[in-house]
Design a protein around this ligand. Structure first.
Ligand code: KG4
Ligand code: ZN
Length: 361
């Protein structure tokens, strides 16, 4: 019998719902993006995000059910992102999921958003041969696996020992890498979202013109939640360095670039530095734990420089799902929800949002 999960995701700025069978087959995957709403602020504006979720959520769930051609009685469970994320945004999805479970007597499963990014690799959308994980599974256990999650809100290295058994190996001590891309793009006047804009500008720039010095990060009780400082990340120094470069190279009185500022070279050098740091630490973690494969998720995994370097430098196999499954979506939450459901995980109507939820601690 098919195990069919309806999933809802509202942790940040995408209102998303999906119907997935057996944690693999995507029957529908609807994402309503708020990018245009937040563009003028150069980032996600939380108050606006939660209102936009509230306006969109019913129609998005309805569309996901219709596109899936799924009836309510055909559902086995409802999965929803409980955290981490913006509190006011998470609440909209969690309440919607609770309402559906109450009305339809369905089991409710709260999912960690980061676990969702990892489980995107278990999905088998048409047109994609499927992730390395499915091929490893066919040969036996795919574990241990290493996940690199890089987005506007996250920079994490997670070791996966088994389904539901995660260990946090690395995280950022300040900005997330996508946040750094967005902020540097804004300083350079390249627009929002910053990642694609920096990547494009970098194509016409010299990545070696401005060396960015490697951040020195040490374990302190405040910043570190992991055993090895070598696997910690920091991006705020790179951001400050980019600002200095603009000021030094014909920036105006407000530190804004002028037509004489080498915007493309700064973008290329910034991208070169941060992708190198991501790759070095991922390679180190993969070797330390002798993982069978590395699963990359989050919006920054769209970055071509990152993809090329990881593929070239990793000894282990590396998996990048199709882009629409790398960025925030509900199909990945359905996949994570399916595996939790099969392990017997159930939540009840007291499920609360967990904006600071961690994975693998
Ligand atoms: O996963 P995502 O869609 O949303 C969350 O933040 O959860 O990731 C969005 C982030 C943004 O910071 C965006 O600038 C970055 O992913 N991004 C990229 C690229 N495409 C998107 N960063 C670098 N290079 C790209 N090509
Ligand atoms: Zn995400």
């Amino acid at each position: 019998m098919v195990v069919r999960v309806l999933a809802i995701e509202t942790s940040c700025d995408e209102t998303a719902a999906a119907v997935v069978d057996d944690g693999a087959h995507i029957r529908s995957n609807v994402v309503a993006s708020q990018i245009d709403l937040h563009r003028r602020y150069g980032g996600v504006f939380p108050e606006l995000a939660s209102r936009a979720h509230l306006e969109a959520i019913a129609a998005v769930v309805d569309q996901a059910m219709r596109e899936a051609n799924a009836s309510w009685p055909s559902l086995s469970a409802v999965a929803v992102t409980k955290g981490p994320g913006l509190p006011g945004s998470l609440v909209v999805g969690v309440n919607m999921a609770k309402g559906i479970c109450l009305a339809r007597s369905l089991p409710l499963i709260g999912v960690n958003h980061l676990e969702g990014h990892i489980y995107a690799h278990w999905l088998q959308p048409s047109g994609w041969a499927g992730s390395i994980v499915r091929r490893l599974e066919a040969l036996g256990s795919p574990f241990p696996l290493l996940a690199l999650i890089v987005s506007g809100g996250h920079t994490e290295l997670v070791l996966m020992h088994d389904h539901g058994r995660h260990e946090l190996l690395g995280h950022t001590v300040d900005d997330a890498v996508g946040e750094a891309f967005d902020k540097v793009a804004r300083m350079l006047g390249l627009g929002y979202p910053g990642g694609p804009a920096i990547q494009q500008a970098a194509q016409a720039g010299d990545p070696h013109r401005f060396p960015f010095s490697r951040p020195r990060i040490s374990l302190s009780p405040k910043t570190a939640r992991v055993p090895h400082e070598a696997l910690l990340f920091s991006f705020s120094g790179a951001k400050t360095h980019a600002l200095h470069l603009i000021r030094e190279h014909h920036g105006d009185a407000n530190g804004k670039p002028t037509h004489r500022t080498p915007v493309n070279d700064i973008a290329a050098s910034f991208q070169e530095a941060v992708t190198n740091w991501l790759v070095e630490k991922t390679v180190l973690a993969a070797e330390m734990h002798k993982v069978k494969a590395v699963l990359v998720g989050g919006g920054v995994s769209a970055n071509q420089a990152l993809r090329q370097k990881l593929t070239a430098q990793l000894g282990a196999a590396v998996s990048f799902p199709p882009l629409e499954l790398c960025t925030d979506n509900a199909a990945m939450i359905a996949a994570a929800g399916y595996f939790a459901f099969m392990r017997g995980v159930r939540d009840d109507l007291s499920l609360d949002v967990a904006p600071d939820l961690k994975l693998g601690l």
